[in-house]
Every structure is written in structure tokens, then in C-alpha cells.
Design a protein around this ligand. Structure first.
Ligand code: AKG
Ligand code: FE2
Length: 286
């Protein structure tokens, strides 16, 4: 098939190497590989997932949107909780640091941008669901948080943390000149063991053997189980920011972030947030 006749998503995804849009043995093999990676260390990277000719577009579109990032330095701990003063002073939850990354909300990313095509692609959603072992994944109903561009400017990093979500799909769209390395500690905690000793060691810079460093290139697809793996982006060096697109999916439809958290992340809320808050108080987003 000539490249101009391919369906849009196949012009974006290198389906010659990763045939995710066509059911069959090729797709099954990719799913199997990701599932094995996730089972072994909670992270899978498909290098060169986006076709070489599209990577420059990805980078340029991200750079054009980065100016819309909401910059707000937050004081956080690894759990993104309010530190409980009742905990002992050396508990990792009492250790706070600055989170200096900034987010561009989905509604500031043009609808025809490559990352929007990826996020809304049924083929990609079905592939992700198969990889993470869910019958289906859903785009968030949140007009801001479903798809974001994470901007880390020089001098800043995204400090050690656990994610609330079971899994995250992401893609670097601009590599930093220096630093800005994704580091993670596979399965450092589990659903029934916080493993505070190891978490403390990593925060103290003494957990070197627990930490993996991942070279991520523009257009690599990363599927990451960040709930059990402590992770960070090290301080960015050089002249320009590191950009990554975060594609957030949920196991159920209709997920909208809570008002307070949304305001913190994006500096604003939409009617979707205020309406949702009137009907329920919980949220899977924080
Ligand atoms: O930007 C990245 O590569 C990681 C982002 C991250 O860990 C997060 O948004 O929770
Ligand atoms: Fe994270």
C-alpha cells in the first residue's frame, strides 16, 4: 500500500515494525512482548513506534503548544499526599521537594496534532487494553487531563513519585540536550508492601542498584505501570525544555478530574469539572 493510501494512524505509527492495527500473529507478538516487559519490570518501550518522517512533526507541534503550559511549582512528596505530621520524621511521606514540571492541557493541543490522532485511535486503544490486560480502555471525559504535554524546563525535573494510575502511556516529543533522564525502580512497592526502607534509600541517593535509567527518544512509545515503580525525570540541562505527551486512559468511561486537583495542574477548570463535582465527590484522577 502506498503511504498516501494508508489510514491516518498507519501513517503515524510504524505499522511495518509494530503492526498494532491489524489483528494477527504480528500484533500478537508485539502485545506479548509488552505484557512480558510489564510483568518483569513494569515498563515497556517500543522504540521508533512513530515513523521517522513524522517525528519532526511531533516535536514541532509539541514545541508550538509548550507556550500554553501552566507553570506552578508545587511542594510534593513521592505519594502526592499532604504529609501527615503524625508520621515519624524519617518516613518518606514527610520528605517534600519541588515539582517543577508544567502541563499543557488537551484543549490547547490542536485537534489535528499527531498526539491527538494517537490518543483517539481505536487501534491504539485496543492495543493498549490488550497490553495492560483490560477488556477496553477509555479516553478520559476530562477535556484537560486526558491528553497532556509535560514540559520540564532547564533547571527543573519531575521528582521521584508514584502514579495514582495503574498504567500510563507516554511519548517523549522533544529530547533535552542534557539530563532529563527517565529513571525508575521496577516494582519497588506492591499493593500490600510499601517497602519504606528501599524507598527511603532511593530518596537518599543510596538505592543505585534499584534504579534503572531509560534512554527515551522522540516517537518511542512507553507503557509504564507507575503505581508500584517509583520514578522521576532528572533535572533537565541545556538550552531547551524536555517535552513528553501523556496519554491517559481509564478502565471505565466518563472519568473527569476533581476540581481542586485540576485547578492545581492547569490553573483552571471547565464546566465538565464543575458539573462532575456536583454529582460525585470521588475521582480516579488524584
Ligand atoms: O514525562 C515523563 O516522562 C514522566 C511523567 C510522569 O511521570 C508523570 O506525569 O506522572
Ligand atoms: Fe509519573
Amino acid at each position: 500500500m502506498g503511504s498516501s493510501q494508508r489510514p491516518t494512524i498507519e501513517r503515524v505509527i510504524d505499522t511495518d515494525r509494530f503492526p498494532v492495527a491489524t489483528p494477527g500473529a504480528g500484533r500478537d507478538a508485539v502485545v506479548e512482548r509488552v505484557r512480558r516487559d510489564l510483568a518483569v519490570d513494569g515498563c515497556s518501550v517500543l522504540p521508533g513506534f512513530v515513523r521517522p518522517g513524522v517525528r519532526g512533526v511531533l516535536e514541532a507541534e509539541g514545541a508550538a503548544a509548550a507556550g500554553f503550559a501552566h507553570h506552578d511549582v508545587e511542594i510534593v512528596n513521592v505519594y502526592n499526599t499532604d504529609p501527615d505530621p503524625a508520621l515519624s520524621p524519617d518516613h518518606p511521606a514527610r520528605r517534600t521537594t519541588e515539582r517543577g514540571n508544567a502541563f499543557v492541557a488537551r484543549d490547547r493541543i490542536p485537534a489535528d496534532a499527531v498526539v491527538q490522532h494517537l490518543y483517539t485511535s481505536t487501534a491504539l486503544q485496543e492495543f493498549v487494553a490488550a497490553c495492560v490486560g483490560l477488556p477496553q480502555v477509555f479516553e478520559l471525559a476530562d477535556p484537560l487531563a486526558g491528553l497532556t504535554l509535560n514540559v520540564v524546563v532547564p533547571g527543573r525535573g519531575h521528582p521521584w513519585h508514584f502514579d495514582t494510575n495503574e498504567f500510563t502511556v507516554s511519548m517523549v516529543t522533544r529530547e533535552p540536550e542534557a539530563g532529563g533522564v527517565f529513571e525508575y525502580c521496577p516494582g519497588i512497592r506492591s499493593a500490600d508492601d510499601e517497602n519504606l526502607t528501599a524507598v527511603t534509600a532511593v530518596l537518599d541517593g543510596e538505592g543505585g542498584d534499584l534504579v534503572r535509567r531509560l534512554p527515551l527518544r522522540v516517537g518511542d512509545l512507553q507503557i509504564f505501570a507507575g503505581r508500584y515503580s517509583l520514578h522521576r525525570v532528572t533535572a533537565v540541562g541545556g538550552a531547551h525544555a524536555r517535552h513528553s505527551a501523556i496519554l491517559a486512559y481509564s478502565a471505565r468511561p466518563g472519568v473527569v478530574g476533581a476540581v481542586t486537583r485540576t485547578r492545581q495542574l492547569f490553573g483552571r477548570v471547565t464546566p465538565a469539572h464543575t458539573d462532575a463535582d456536583r454529582v460525585r465527590v470521588d475521582s480516579l484522577m488524584d
